[in-house]
Design a protein around this ligand. Structure first.
Ligand code: GCO
Length: 449
């Protein structure tokens, strides 16, 4: 008997991204990305680490997918495609070995009974497009992204179950173009950042249209993956919920209002004054091109109370993960609820990333290496209770993807921050399924816990 039973057909997934796990950075014709270049700049990445080898997944893909099937048996696997592996210059010549790798990956997933969920862009922009056009500062890159999506749809669109156009445009623009802590490491002024946002949103709309016309799989779905800045009411009083919803809208509407409603939020547009982005007629209609679901990535939230804003005293005492993020299990419920109320309409939602980093270390148990990541199990269990509540209340939440399937390159933090259900020993590329993998496999087997 399960205390938390999930609907039949609920999608239990795991997530990863190309630059964080593939390695093989210059193998088989892959062109350089902005992250290959960014990692070579001094003091950008912890311990000057980089993704040139990572988990060597490019050379271990078949055995990795078999391991996912055997140790977790996820229904779905969300991976991303490295644009410069398919188009080394970002445009023009398609690299046969590059698209061939993803062709084999999709076939391997289907052979193992795992639904392929494909993210077209998870931050590894071809360096050639940064040099030639200035990356997402250029409208041309949004158009080239659509051409790239059409190539993906043409080659993989008969088999991929679900497409994600962009992963987290919010993080791309904030970390890549405002604070500069991510590639391409720029610190633009407000108008520059808003123009980058507009081009990313335009890329999502144009990419959706390109996929829609090139994919042939019946019932395949296309959507955006948004990293929500999340808030949870301190109490469930009407006042706290209302105040929290208002802050949630204010912080997420710049991206989600155009995508969902075809308009930039009027108040924020007025506040921006001369810093509003240059747009062309029809842009907002393209950005609002109909999609089939909305993916939400969220890891923690800030507690809010009506009448005041800012840090709640006891928040200092929340347990924190290795990323120093507070453990706030209510996040998934409230984020799902607010996204649905504000932007979702009838659109299905999926939690496309949720997880936690801990100081995982293998121990020997009768000669076998084990990783008892009990904190991750508790994190997953408590957060899934929020998912279950949302579903019980009728919210259209159809899937959950753990970030991440395996430890990987955590961007500017490098490899120290381990998020995986599978431990990676980077000295010898050994894979060790953690206790959380076993726990999650049982959740999937029983469709609940
Ligand atoms: C993100 C990215 C992932 C991160 C993960 C942990 O959401 O920032 O999609 O690539 O590695 O979220 O920070």
């Amino acid at each position: 008997m399960l205390k938390y039973r999930f609907p039949d057909g609920f999608t239990w997934g795991v997530s990863s991204s190309s630059y964080q796990i593939e390695g093989a950075a210059s193998q088989d014709g892959r062109g350089p990305s902005i992250w290959d270049s960014f990692c070579r700049e001094p003091n950008r990445i912890a311990r000057d680490e980089n993704g040139s080898v990572a988990c060597d997944h490019y050379n271990r893909m078949e055995s990795d997918i078999e391991l996912i099937a055997k140790t977790i048996n996820a229904n779905a696997y969300r991976f991303s495609i490295a644009w410069p592996r398919v188009l080394p210059e970002g445009e023009g010549h398609v690299n046969p070995a590059g698209i061939g790798f993803y062709d084999r990956l999709v076939d391997k997933l289907l052979e193992q009974g795992i639904k392929p969920v494909c993210t077209c862009y998870h931050w590894d922009l071809p360096l050639a497009l940064q040099k030639k056009h200035g990356g997402w500062q250029s409208r041309r890159v949004a158009e080239l992204f659509a051409e790239y999506c059409e190539i993906l749809g043409t080659h993989l669109g008969d088999r991929v179950d679900t497409w994600c156009t962009l992963n987290e445009p919010e993080v791309v623009l904030t970390a890549g173009y405002r604070t500069g802590v991510h590639a391409p490491g720029l610190m633009l002024d407000e108008k520059g950042v808003r123009q980058v946002t507009h081009h990313l949103l335009l890329a999502h709309g144009l990419g959706t249209q390109a996929l829609r016309k090139s994919i042939t799989r019946q019932g395949a779905r296309i959507g955006l993956v948004h990293n929500s800045t999340s808030y949870s009411p301190l109490t469930e009083s009407a006042e706290d919920i209302s105040a929290t919803r208002e802050v949630f809208h204010c912080e997420n509407s710049w991206l989600l209002s155009p995508v969902s409603h075809g308009v930039y939020p009027a108040e924020l547009w007025r506040e921006l004054d001369k810093n509003v982005p240059e747009t062309e007629d029809g842009d907002l209609a393209v950005i609002a091109t109909s999609t089939d679901y909305l993916g939400i990535n969220t890891y923690f939230s800030t507690a809010m109370v009506s009448g005041e804003r800012g840090e709640i005293p006891f928040e200092k005492h929340y347990p924190r993960t290795l990323m120093n993020w507070p453990v706030t299990p209510d996040t998934l419920y409230w984020t799902t609820r607010f996204v649905h109320e504000l932007y979702g309409g009838k659109k299905p939602l999926m939690i496309t990333e949720s997880g936690s980093a801990w100081p995982d270390k293998p121990q020997s148990d009768n000669g076998t290496s084990v990783v008892n990541d009990l904190a991750r199990i508790v994190y997953l269990r408590e957060h899934l209770k929020g998912i279950h509540r949302a579903i019980e209340e009728g919210l259209p939440l159809e899937g959950y993807f753990v970030w991440s399937i395996m430890d990987n390159f955590e961007w500017s933090a490098g490899y120290e921050k381990r998020f995986g259900l599978i431990y990676i020993d980077y000295e010898n590329q050994k894979r060790i399924p953690k206790a959380s993998a076993e726990w999650y496999r049982n959740v999937i087997k029983w469709n609940g816990f």
